[in-house]
Design a protein around this ligand. Structure first.
Ligand SMILES: Cc1cc2nc3c(=O)[nH]c(=O)nc-3n(C[C@H](O)[C@H](O)[C@H](O)COP(=O)(O)O)c2cc1C
Length: 148
C-alpha cells in the first residue's frame, strides 16, 4: 500500500473536484490517500514519508501565468518540500481560451524536475468543466496507480 498525498490549489472548486476524483481511484486501488488544500499546506518536508505526491493547481492570470493564489506560498518554498527522488505528477484546471492554457501545470512540473522529482504520469490538463472530463481524469489516475 502506497501513501499518496494530493495537494491542490483551487478557487472555484474545479481542481478540488478533480483531486477528489483522482483520490477515489487511488484509494479504490488499495492505497492510503490524503487530500490537502494548498491553503493549509506547509512546505517543509511535505514529500517526506510519502510514496507519491500529486500537485493540482488551477491557472489564473491573463498575460502572465499565475498559479492559483493559495498555491503561491507553497510554490515559493518548493526547495524545502524534499522533492528529490519523490514520485510526483501534476494536474490542473484551466480554459483553453486563455493564452497560457493550464500554464500553472507546466510551471510546477518544470520546477519539480529541477528539484529532482520523478514524474510518473505526465500532466493532466482539464479544459472547462471537470464533470465533462471524468474519463480523462480516471485514465490519468490509473496511470498514477500503475506507477505506485
Ligand atoms: C480572471 C481569470 C483568469 C484566468 N486565467 C487563466 C489562464 O491563464 N489559463 C487558463 O488555462 N485558465 C485560466 N482561467 C480559467 C480557470 O483556470 C478555470 O476557470 C479553472 O477551472 C478554475 O479552477 P479552480 O476552480 O480550481 O480554481 C482564468 C479564469 C479567470 C476567471
Amino acid at each position: 500500500m502506497a501513501d499518496v498525498l494530493i495537494v491542490f490549489g483551487s478557487t472555484t472548486g474545479n481542481t478540488a473536484s478533480v483531486a477528489e476524483r483522482i483520490g477515489k481511484t487511488l484509494s479504490g486501488g488499495g492505497h492510503a490517500v490524503t487530500l490537502l488544500d494548498a491553503a493549509r499546506a506547509k512546505a517543509d518536508n511535505l514529500c517526506q514519508g510519502r510514496d507519491c505526491v500529486l500537485f493540482g493547481c488551477a491557472t489564473w492570470g491573463d498575460a502572465d501565468i499565475e498559479l492559483q493564489s493559495d498555491f503561491v506560498p507553497l510554490f515559493d518554498a518548493f526547495e524545502r518540500i524534499g522533492a528529490k527522488g519523490c514520485k510526483t505528477a501534476c494536474f490542473g484546471c484551466g480554459d483553453s481560451g486563455y493564452t497560457h492554457f493550464c500554464g500553472a501545470v507546466d510551471v510546477i512540473r518544470k520546477r519539480l524536475a529541477e528539484l529532482g522529482a520523478v514524474d510518473v504520469a505526465g500532466e493532466l490538463k482539464i479544459d472547462g468543466d471537470p464533470d465533462r472530463a471524468g474519463e480523462d481524469i480516471d485514465a490519468w489516475a490509473r496511470t498514477v496507480l500503475a506507477a505506485l
